[in-house]
Design a binder for this molecule. Sequence first.
Ligand code: IPE
Ligand code: IPE
Ligand code: MG
Length: 246
Amino acid sequence: MFFQKKKRLLAKPDFDNLPQHIGFIMDGNGRWAKRRGLPRSAGHRAGAKTFRDMVRYCKDIGIKNMTVYAFSTENWKRPKEEVEAIMDLLRSYLKDAFDHREEEVRCLILGDTAPLAPDIVALIKKLEDESRDCKQMTLNIALNYGGRAEITHAVRELAGQVQRGELAPGEITEDTISAHLYTAGQPDPDLIIRPSGEYRTSNFLLWQSAYSELVFMDVLWPDFTRRDLDRAILEYQNRDRRFGGV
Ligand code: IPE
Ligand code: IPE
Ligand code: MG
């Protein structure tokens, strides 16, 4: 019994059969800081380190699409200082991320960037433009993102096309809707990981996660390691995905 458990703990995922697209709900930064008697901003700083390491690891093992939930449409409810601390971390990430060009990582922001500070909007645009042709991995950063807001945005665009006579209502299909989401052209996530012990997806990739495998883990995001990702992938590889078939 003990041996079996140990064997499972030591098992490695099959790196030749990886999920194409992994989503990460980066949660638990605040609790991580609280346990250490630190301000919540220290938790976000530690979480940002984990994020950087995960980008590198995912790219190195050959994940093709990675999406991280960095800031939700609901996170504006938090104290102003906390929102500012998160935006500052984002600023420094976006500046450093120009290095991604060498690493062949294409970066995209999922969400409405209009309410963000103008310098952040400019950094995003620069990064998206300059990494456009990078081929190794696509990194989506969900920022001021909400699944419902994303679908609402897509519906508005389609309604505009119908109003202008460019599209008939009967021509709207699941594919047309997918093509108007922020993730247009990318495969749906195969695996979504939520650390921090919460069992919900909090408005993350609502449409795209219809058939995603969900893995919930107890570890807090700042403590999340490469080994934790291996474990999540292993769990994913042991699932039986049926997509409604038999
Ligand atoms: C996730 O960590 C980061 C963001 C939502 C920006 P939290 O800040 O939600 O951490 P907990 O859930 O309070 O521990
Ligand atoms: C989800 O975490 C959003 C991000 C990780 C950015 P939250 O901490 O905001 O989610 P809830 O409030 O626990 O559902
Ligand atoms: Mg949280």
